[in-house]
Design a protein around this ligand. Structure first.
Ligand SMILES: NC(=O)c1ccc[n+]([C@@H]2O[C@H](COP(=O)([O-])OP(=O)(O)OC[C@H]3O[C@@H](n4cnc5c(N)ncnc54)[C@H](O)[C@@H]3O)[C@@H](O)[C@H]2O)c1
Ligand SMILES: [Zn+2]
Length: 360
C-alpha cells in the first residue's frame, strides 16, 4: 500500500493506493472515525459488477447502497434530490451519516456535492473505480453537478476525508473508459512533466493493456502531480490550480453543447487539448512541432483528434463557462511541454476564428 498525504491547512487527508485490497476498505474507513452509518453512492454498472464483493465486505447494518445512473446524467438536479430523499430516510436518531462515493468521476462529483451540502456538510470518502477518477476526479475536492446550460455550474470545494484507490477496479473497466483516463494523464504530462510525456509515448501499448507496473507508475505520477497543485492553491484563488484546466474550456463547451451525450469527458478533453495547443502555436507561444506531438500522442491512445459540430452552439456554451469573465475567456496556453501559462488577454475575434476552423 502506498500512502500519499494531501497537506492542506484545514482539511489534510491521505490518498491510499492499493491493489486487490477491496475487502480491506471498510476497516480503513472505520479507522477514519467519520461516522457510524455509510451511504454508498454508486452506479448501476459498478453495482452489478461488484455486488458480491461489496456484500461480503460492507456490513449491511452500517451501510446502505444507493444506486444512481451511469454517466454524466448522475450529475443532475434529478439525482441530487433523489439521493437526498433516500439519505433522509436513513438519517435516524443516533446515526452519524457519512458518504462513500464508489464509482467514476460522475459519482465522485455528485457524491462529493451531496456531502458538501447535506446538513451544510457531512464527511465523505472517495473510492474511484475508473482510471479518470483514480488519477484526477477523486482528488482535490472539486465537487459539482451540471445544468443543461453549463457543466459543473453548481458546486463546491469540499475535501474528502480519504481517497481509496484500488487498482484492481480497473480490471473490469472497458477500454473506451480506460482511454478517458489517459486523456487526463496526457494533460498532466503536458502541464507538469516532460519526462512523463516520454513515458506515455514509449509505453502506450503496455498502458492500454493495463500492464500492472506501467499502470501503477502512471497512477502515482498523476496523483502526485495533482496533489502538488492542489496543495499550492486549494481553492483556485492563486491562479496555480487553473493550469489543471488545460484543454478544458473547449472541452466543457463541447460536452454541454452536445447535451453530455455525444462526447465523454476524456474525449472532449483530448479535443480541447489539441485546440489549446493549436491556438498556442498560432499565437506563436509554442512551436508547431510541440502542437503536433500532442496531436500524435492523443491519436496513439485512440482518442479523437477532430470533431465537426455547429459553431454557433459551441460558442454559446463557451460563453456560459465559469472561465468566461466580462467578455474575456480565461485560457491555459502552452509554451513548451511542461510549461503553460494562464491568459485572458486573447481577443475574442481570434478565439471565434480559431474555434470555427477547429470545428470544420
Ligand atoms: N472533480 C474533479 O476534479 C474532476 C476532474 C476530472 C473529471 N471530473 C468529472 O468526472 C466525470 C467523468 O468521470 P469518468 O470518466 O469516470 O466517467 P463515469 O463516472 O461516467 O464512468 C464511466 C462509466 O464507467 C462505469 N464504471 C465505473 N467504474 C467501473 C469499473 N470499475 N468497471 C466497469 N465500469 C465502470 C460507470 O458506471 C460509467 O458507465 C465528468 O463529469 C468530469 O467532469 C471531475
Ligand atoms: Zn477533466
Amino acid at each position: 500500500m502506498q500512502l500519499i498525504p494531501v497537506r492542506l491547512k484545514t482539511n489534510p487527508y491521505t490518498i491510499y493506493i492499493t491493489d486487490n485490497q477491496i475487502s480491506k476498505i471498510p476497516a480503513l474507513i472505520s479507522g477514519l472515525k467519520i461516522g457510524n452509518f455509510g451511504i454508498i453512492i454508486t452506479s448501476p454498472k459498478v453495482y452489478s459488477l461488484y455486488k458480491k464483493t461489496l456484500a461480503a465486505a460492507f456490513d449491511k447494518n452500517h451501510y446502505k447502497v444507493i444506486i444512481v445512473c451511469n454517466g454524466e446524467e448522475a450529475k443532475s438536479q434529478k439525482y441530487f434530490f433523489r439521493v437526498i430523499e433516500k439519505i433522509l430516510e436513513q438519517d435516524q436518531l443516533n446515526r452519524k451519516i457519512f458518504i462513500v462515493a464508489l464509482g467514476g468521476g460522475t459519482i465522485g462529483d455528485l457524491g462529493g456535492f451531496i456531502a458538501a451540502t447535506y446538513k451544510r456538510g457531512i464527511p465523505f470518502v472517495q473510492i474511484p473505480t475508473t482510471l479518470l477518477a483514480q488519477i484526477d476526479a477523486s482528488i482535490g475536492g472539486k465537487t459539482a453537478i451540471d445544468m443543461p446550460q453549463a457543466k459543473n455550474i453548481i458546486g463546491a470545494f469540499y475535501q474528502p476525508k480519504a481517497v481509496l484507490i484500488d487498482q484492481s477496479f480497473l480490471k473490469t473497466l472497458p477500454k473506451k473508459e480506460v482511454k478517458q483516463g489517459l486523456a487526463e494523464a496526457i494533460k498532466y504530462a503536458i502541464i507538469s512533466k516532460p519526462e512523463f510525456f516520454d513515458f506515455l509515448a514509449k509505453n502506450a501499448k503496455n498502458i492500454l493493456s493495463l500492464e500492472k507496473n506501467c499502470l501503477s507508475q502512471l497512477i502515482t505520477t498523476c496523483v502526485k502531480a495533482k496533489v502538488k497543485v492542489v496543495e499550492e492553491d486549494e481553492n483556485e484563488t492563486k491562479g496555480i490550480r487553473t493550469i489543471l484546466n488545460f484543454g478544458h474550456t473547449l472541452a466543457h463547451a463541447l460536452e454541454t453543447a452536445l447535451n453530455y451525450r455525444k462526447l465523454s469527458h476524456g474525449e472532449a478533453v483530448a479535443l480541447g487539448m489539441i485546440y489549446a495547443a493549436d491556438l498556442s502555436a498560432l499565437l506563436g507561444k509554442c512551436s508547431n512541432n510541440t502542437a503536433q506531438q500532442i496531436k500524435q500522442i492523443i491519436n496513439n491512445f485512440g482518442l479523437p483528434t477532430k470533431i465537426s459540430a455547429d459553431y454557433r452552439v459551441i460558442l454559446k456554451a463557451f460563453t456560459h463557462d465559469k472561465k468566461f469573465i466580462s467578455g474575456k475567456i480565461r485560457l491555459v496556453l502552452l509554451k513548451a511541454l511542461g510549461e503553460v501559462e494562464v491568459t485572458d488577454g486573447i481577443p475574442i475575434e481570434i478565439i471565434k476564428k480559431s474555434i470555427k476552423s477547429f470545428l470544420q
